[in-house]
Design a protein around this ligand. Sequence first.
Ligand SMILES: [Zn+2]
Length: 379
Amino acid sequence: MSNLELAGASPPSASRPIGGLTHPSTSSPRLRERDGLPDGLLETETRGLAALLGGPTLIHLPGDRDPPLFVCVLLHGNENVGWEAVRGLLADNLRRSGRLRLPRAMSLFLGNLAAAAQGLRRLPEQPDYNRIWPGSELPETPEHALMAQVVETMARRGVFASIDLHNNTGRNPHYGCVNVIDCPSLHLATLFSRTVVYFTRPKGVQSQAMSPLCPSVTLECGKVGERHGVEHARDYLAACLHLSAIPDHPVPPHDIDLFHTVAQVKVPPEVSFGFDTNEGDIGFTPDLDQLNFRELPQGTSLGRIRTPGARLQVNDEQGRDLAARYLAEEDGELRLRLPVMPSMLTCDALVIRQDCLGYLMERYDHQVPHRGGGAGAPG
Ligand SMILES: [Zn+2]
């Protein structure tokens, strides 16, 4: 899932120099690990964290219950919702109690601080910090070893649940993603939103690496800078810290809309396109991204095919060609052959060329088994 999360600068914010601290290299991928809150951490915005902490850091905070809730922020440096939610929650707890007193221990991983210092998803020389966790298919880098070390550390300490927080671009609701279908993970996801997406590719994402250890979710909290996203994430984390257990019984069907990604849609390089029906081989509907997360009936038009024979590429996670299954040309209109729900459709021509037009999802209505049960991955 990537065009959701393209590099983009977050709004400018004043980075705060930390008095008396040196500024160690921010490019070193060595893992820093520490117990307790470093001085000044909660006053520091994302752009100042590299100067304060030096690089990727795992912080262990005690609480009334064990094992810890594992919270992951800033795997993408420009997506500040996770850090803003965590520091708001911790500052609030400190204010109320006079000292930090969490209902459950928390281990907090702050990821790509070098990119965060520049308001970028990642630096040009860096890999994507959410594609390099164990199970990754990308060429090995020092950062792969760092993420493996984080997983090993959490496996050794024990972990209650894992939550990885992200922002995205485009018009999308808040939703949770799971990489396995089991009751605890679905409960964890529906605590955030009734909309849940199940995906198994790309590989190497944090929530997939953690899922053998504990219920694990990736949360998509809307666009950078939206106050509602930060508040929603903060309230969610507070609720998770108060949980004594995560239910193992099935999520009632009326509490969840579960979708799985069935195909990625691309415009082949030789096909031209526009968002005005008078331009390009294919003229897409001008407000295509408004179709995201809407269940579209069979026959819905995505635009006009102006050059006969021009077609889109539609492939599943195994690369199989599904164009004929999902799309048809009828009297020059490009129409859906099946009911689907798109996600991450974009009207940004550069994004479409560099990545894709978007994804197609279908409802995942299989009976949800208990953990270890066998719904399995689609396809
Ligand atoms: Zn992200």
